[in-house]
Design a protein around this ligand. Structure first.
Ligand code: SF4
Length: 107
């Protein structure tokens, strides 16, 4: 548990990975990137009760494990909780692995 942000290099790496997941999804899937509002709220409510939830110096709700702003993280289908606390995280990881395998086939 931590109430401090990860190092800047780690946050940059996490950001780049998130952008990569988003790009891959946009290339390979017809599914909407933004999940329904009720599901976003469900995710955020879990975060608000989580030990890794913090408000950063700019007043932004943030996950202190990955350093991601939670409003953006919670709205994207390509994001998941690092500890699989959100509903459907396990299924998403399977989906992500499947997409990763498919992306290797893209020329
Ligand atoms: S994404 Fe997961 S670890 Fe991060 S604050 Fe939300 S529930 Fe906690």
């Amino acid at each position: 548990m931590s109430n401090e942000l990860p190092s800047k290099p780690r946050m940059l790496w996490n950001y780049l990975k998130a952008q990569g997941r988003l790009a891959r999804h946009l290339l390979l899937s017809d599914e909407e990137v933004i999940i329904p509002e009720e599901e976003q709220e469900e995710r955020l409510n879990i975060c608000y009760d989580c030990d890794y939830y913090m408000v950063d110096d700019d007043g932004v709700d943030t996950c202190s494990d990955c350093g991601c702003p939670l409003s953006e993280k919670a709205e994207r289908i390509t994001e998941h909780c690092p500890f699989e606390y959100w509903p459907g995280d396990r299924e998403w990881k399977e989906y992500e692995q499947e997409q990763g395998e498919q992306s290797e086939e893209v020329e």
